[in-house]
Write a protein that binds this ligand. Structure first.
Ligand SMILES: Nc1ncnc2c1ncn2[C@@H]1O[C@H](COP(=O)(O)OP(=O)(O)OP(=O)(O)O)[C@@H](O)[C@H]1O
Ligand SMILES: [Mg+2]
Length: 341
């Protein structure tokens, strides 16, 4: 099969990501611009600012990517962009640039599901992962367990009933006085903490199903901080570290337990963990330990591709190119888009 070169474009939220993926050689290069600093002062993503910033950065990033990889823009065979789910204004920037490039270069345009890109992202470093596998998609907006039969064949096994795990990390970090988005900072803080200091609830760990709930845990942390005294907590590195470690311990215990339950229920021996919280070292340690103990394989994307990026979009574009799936329409976005519908 002749190799094809795919340009991937990610603009679903607050990261502008672009990448070049060769369907035989794999990832050629990628560039990422994070808007975190822009939104940090507001404590969360401001959609209008996000889309305006994508407009400023996207074309520049594509040009840099092409120049750095020393290719002619005409050698791109197809253009893949994130169609959804995400912020509508931000998604519109991606679809507009992808379709304009496709029109002017006379190349096909492929629309990509953002969550599909996350859960297939471990294929970037290991193209030999076999289907079926169970995927834990654990990000800022989602906490889902999915049975992955093959490309485009996803069956939802469990979902969060309220907050996503990443959202709970970020909200808990905020309670501890850490800047937005605090998930990674909280996990750094937790490294020096005593995880058994404050026994926090592990929501739905024994529910018997594969659903999650994290808002009660965040409230338990808020109550604990209120009881100790907010000022006292934020002023003490030890108190903050102990609370962070106790919180992280509860979340990672629930996630690990539900992954094992899903593998058992589905009779599958291969697990993929994707999405921003998949970068969490304690989660990886616990899941790896269970994998060794009960004998399943576990695959993660490279650390830099756990959070949003263009490489995973280009990868899915490449997989769809191989299958001959094209035909995205101009301005085609889907801000709300369940994975398995
Ligand atoms: N080491 C870490 N430990 C815990 N959480 C982390 C870590 N690193 C990143 N996160 C969290 O991951 C989330 C960001 O991940 P990601 O970019 O995959 O989510 P998103 O794109 O915002 O959401 P979605 O893909 O569901 O729309 C944030 O909530 C962030 O705090
Ligand atoms: Mg994401």
């Amino acid at each position: 099969m002749k190799s094809k070169l795919v340009l991937g474009i990610e603009t679903s939220c607050d990261e502008t990501g672009v990448a070049l993926y060769d369907t035989i050689e794999g990832l050629k290069g990628h560039k990422l611009y994070s808007q975190i600093k822009l939104h940090a002062q507001y404590g969360g993503v401001v959609p209008e600012l996000a889309s305006r910033d994508h407009i400023k950065k996207l074309l520049r990033l594509i040009k840099e990517l092409i120049d750095e990889n020393d290719i002619n823009i005409n050698s791109i065979d197809s253009i893949a962009y994130t169609k959804g789910p995400g912020l509508s204004g931000a998604l519109l920037v991606g679809t507009t640039v992808a379709n304009a490039l496709g029109y002017s270069l006379k190349k096909p345009v492929i629309s990509v599901h953002h969550l599909e890109a996350h859960l297939l992202s471990p294929l970037l470093s290991n193209p030999n992962i076999k289907f079926p596998f169970v995927a834990l998609l654990v990000s800022g907006g989602h906490t889902q367990l999915v049975r992955v039969e093959g490309i485009g064949r996803y069956h939802l096994l469990g979902d969060t009933r309220d907050d996503a795990a990443g959202e709970a990390f970020d909200k808990t970090a905020k309670i501890l006085g850490l800047p937005y988005p605090g998930g990674a900072l909280l996990s750094e803080l937790a490294r020096d903490g005593d995880a058994s200091k404050y026994p926090l609830p592990k929501p739905m760990i024994h529910s018997g199903d594969l659903d999650f709930s994290f808002s009660g845990l965040k409230t338990a942390v808020a109550n604990l901080v209120h009881k100790i005294g907010s000022k006292k907590v934020t002023a003490s590195k030890t108190l903050k570290a102990d609370i962070a470690a106790s919180f992280q311990n509860a979340v990672t215990d629930v996630l690990t337990e539900k992954c094992c339950r899903a593998l058992f229920k589905e009779d599958i021996k291969s697990l993929v963990i994707a999405g921003g919280v998949g970068a969490n070292a304690e989660l990886r340690r616990k899941v790896n330990q269970q994998a060794k103990k009960t004998g399943f394989e576990v695959h993660y994307p490279p650390l830099e591709f756990c959070t949003d990026n263009g490489a995973m979009v280009a990868l899915v574009g490449g997989l769809k190119t191989n299958e001959g799936v094209y035909g995205a329409k101009p301005f085609d976005i889907k801000p709300r888009w369940p994975l398995s519908a």
